[in-house]
Design a protein around this ligand. Structure first.
Ligand code: ATP
Ligand code: MG
Length: 327
C-alpha cells in the first residue's frame, strides 16, 4: 500500500469502500466497512484476516463482481465505472481458490484459456498462438491445450487459471486464496511462478490468504482486516517484527514459528462477532484485552504511526507522546 507521497505510482486506489449484504427478513450483514487502500504498479498488497472478515467481498468489488454500496475505486488515476467494460475489464483479473470449479469441465484447456481472446476479437490462429505462449509462460506444455480439467492435477489446473487470467495482459491480478487448496510443494511452485510473472510483466497483485507466511513471502505491503475493516498496514518487516494492533499481535502469536506454514485461520480468543450486529466503535474491542470506554464510543481511524506503518487503534500514539490523537 502506498502512502500519499507516492500517489503517481498508484495503480489501484480504493477509498472508503462499503458493502452491506441484505439478507432475508430485512437483516443486514456489514461485510466491508470503510476500506481505503492502494496498490502501486508492480507491487503486491497482501490481505490477511480471519474467515468472514470481508477479504473476498473486497476482492470481488475490486474486480467488479460485486457492486459497492459506497466508496470509490480508481485505476491508473481514473475512477472505475460500476459496469466494467473494455480496458477496465481487461486490466484487472482474478484467480480464485478452487482451481477445479473455476474451470468449465466441458471446455478443453485451450478453449478455456482462449475464450477471452476470441471474445476480444482475436482470430483462431492468433488465439492458438497466444494460448501456446501463455501455457508455456505458466509452466505447462503446448499439448496441455487439448486436455480437459479432470485430466490435470490441482497444481496444473491452477496454472491454467493463471494463464486464463493473464490472457488479456492485465495489469493487476487479484488472487483470492489462490494457493490455499494446493499441497505445500505445489503451492511453493505456484508462488514462485506468480513472483516471476510479477517481475517479468511488472504485474501488480492483491494477494489474499489465511496463511501469514505465504503473505509475508509474496507481499510488499500487508493489510490486516478484521470484521470488514483494515486495522493495520505496513511492510511485512514492520508488521511481522513489530505489530502494533492487538489483533495483528494475536494473529502473529498464533503462528507457532515463523518459517513454518500454517494452513488454518489463526485463533484469537473469543468468537468473531457477527457482521449482522458488529460492535460499536472499534470492532475488535469485544476480544481486545486493552479495550476501554473510548473503544466502544469512537471508531479509531487508520493513522500513520511510523514510516508508513498505519494502525487503527486508540492505544496509539501511546499516552504521553506529544501529538494529540485524532478521533
Ligand atoms: N453474497 C452474500 N450474501 C450475503 N452475505 C454475504 C455474501 N457474501 C459474503 N457475505 C458475508 O459477508 C461477510 C464477509 O464474507 P467474505 O466472503 O468476504 O469473507 P472472507 O474474509 O473472504 O472469508 P473466508 O476467509 O472464509 O474466505 C461474511 O459474513 C459473509 O457471510
Ligand atoms: Mg474468502
Amino acid at each position: 500500500m502506498s502512502g500519499p507521497r507516492d500517489k503517481e505510482s498508484e495503480l489501484l486506489a480504493v477509498a472508503d469502500l462499503h458493502k452491506t449484504f441484505r439478507l432475508r427478513g430485512g437483516r443486514e450483514a456489514s461485510a466491508v466497512d470503510g476500506v481505503t487502500m492502494s496498490v502501486a504498479a508492480g507491487a503486491t498488497l497482501g490481505i490477511v484476516g480471519e474467515s468472514g472478515c470481508g477479504k473476498s467481498t473486497l476482492a470481488r468489488m475490486i474486480v467488479g463482481l460485486v457492486q459497492p454500496d459506497r466508496g470509490r475505486i480508481s485505476f491508473d488515476g481514473k475512477p472505475l465505472p460500476a459496469e466494467r467494460s473494455g480496458e477496465a475489464r481487461r486490466d484487472i483479473q482474478m484467480v480464485f481458490q478452487d482451481p477445479y470449479s473455476a474451470l468449465n469441465p466441458k471446455a478443453s484447456v485451450g478453449d478455456s484459456v482462449g475464450l477471452a481472446l476470441r471474445v476480444h476479437g482475436h482470430d483462431r490462429a492468433e488465439t492458438r498462438r497466444r494460448v501456446r505462449a501463455l501455457l508455456d509462460q505458466v509452466g505447462l506444455h503446448a499439448n496441455h491445450a487439448s486436455y480437459y480439467p479432470h485430466q490435470l492435477s490441482g497444481g496444473q489446473r491452477q496454472r491454467v487459471n493463471i494463464a486464463r487470467a493473464l490472457a488479456l495482459d492485465p495489469r493487476l491480478v487479484v488472487c483470492d486464496e489462490a494457493v490455499s487448496a494446493l499441497d505445500k510443494s505445489v503451492q511453493a511452485q505456484i508462488l514462485a511462478l506468480l513472483r516471476e510473472l510479477r517481475t517479468e510483466k511488472n504485474l501488480s497483485f492483491v494477494f489474499i490468504s489465511h496463511d501469514l507466511n505465504v503473505v509475508e513471502y509474496m507481499s510488499d505491503q500487508v493489510a490486516v482486516m478484521y470484521l470488514g475493516r483494515i486495522v493495520e498496514t505496513g511492510t511485512p518487516a514492520q508488521l511481522y517484527r513489530r505489530p502494533l494492533h492487538p489483533y495483528t499481535k494475536a494473529l502473529l502469536a498464533s503462528v507457532p514459528q515463523l518459517g513454518t506454514k500454517v494452513r488454518e485461520p489463526p485463533v484469537v480468543d473469543g468468537d468473531v462477532p457477527s457482521p449482522l450486529d458488529p460492535p460499536s466503535g472499534c470492532r475488535f474491542r469485544t476480544r481486545c484485552p486493552h479495550a476501554t470506554e473510548i473503544c466502544a464510543a469512537t471508531t479509531p481511524r487508520l493513522e500513520e504511526h511510523d514510516q508508513g506503518q498505519r494502525v487503527a487503534c486508540h492505544l496509539y500514539p501511546p499516552q504521553g507522546e506529544a501529538h494529540v490523537r485524532r478521533s
